[in-house]
Design a protein around this ligand. Structure first.
Ligand code: S3P
Length: 195
């Protein structure tokens, strides 16, 4: 249930989320931190596909990459996201590579609404620096890796239903409010709360 009578977000005064909202975008785009604020504002859970994969495998993502390789991780990621899309509508933060998978994209399109959190290279580098839990950024210069991923992935992320750009110095709350506005304009995410 969502109650934001005075919010600039302009959803129906009391409304419920009717389908999962799937946050896509590169590592460091803010999917999890913005997703937390978004979930709180909408009164639903935030579910993180990486966390679910780690729980299912009883291993961290770096361990999965190291022991079984990226392709194995991608299989698990596809299965986990398919399951999460069938669960109660929530905010679903998915790993940066998930939307590159065609079946996953089709499932998200069918069952959810996708939101691309679009951030530029400097912001992504800044937000991911000093962290070691992302295997793709542990080989080579993270700026080069991220620049390469921008070139490969941004054209695919652009297929998301809604795009919201990260702005410098914007808080996660402000970003969440802009996402709610964009989702409301898109029109497939909310329904009035049944009385
Ligand atoms: C990946 C992004 C990570 C995680 C894995 C691979 C990617 O998730 O799924 O390390 O391919 O971009 P975040 O985007 O949540 O960091």
């Amino acid at each position: 249930m969502h109650d934001i009578n005075n919010s600039a977000a302009e959803t129906p005064a009391r409304s419920v989320l009717t389908r999962p909202v799937v946050l896509v975008g590169l590592m460091g785009a803010g999917k999890t931190s913005v997703g937390l604020r978004l979930a709180a504002a909408l009164g639903v859970d935030l579910v993180d596909s990486d966390t679910e994969i780690e729980a299912a495998a009883a291993m961290t993502i770096p361990e999965i990459f190291e022991k079984y390789g990226e392709a194995h991780f991608r299989d698990g990621e596809q299965r986990v996201i398919a399951r999460l899309l069938d669960a109660r509508p929530a905010i679903l933060s998915v790993g940066g590579g998930a939307f590159m998978n065609e079946q996953t994209r089709a499932a998200i399109r069918e069952k959810g609404v996708s939101v691309w959190l679009k951030a530029d290279l400097n912001l992504l580098v800044q937000r991911t620096s000093g962290r070691s839990h992302r295997p793709l950024l542990n080989n080579g210069d993270p700026r080069d890796v991220l620049a390469d991923l921008i070139a490969k992935r941004h054209p695919i992320y652009a297929k998301a239903d809604v795009t919201v750009e990260s702005r410098p110095r914007q808080t996660h709350e402000q970003m969440a409010t802009r996402i709610i506005k964009a989702l409301t304009a898109h029109g497939r995410s909310f329904a009035p709360e049944p009385s």
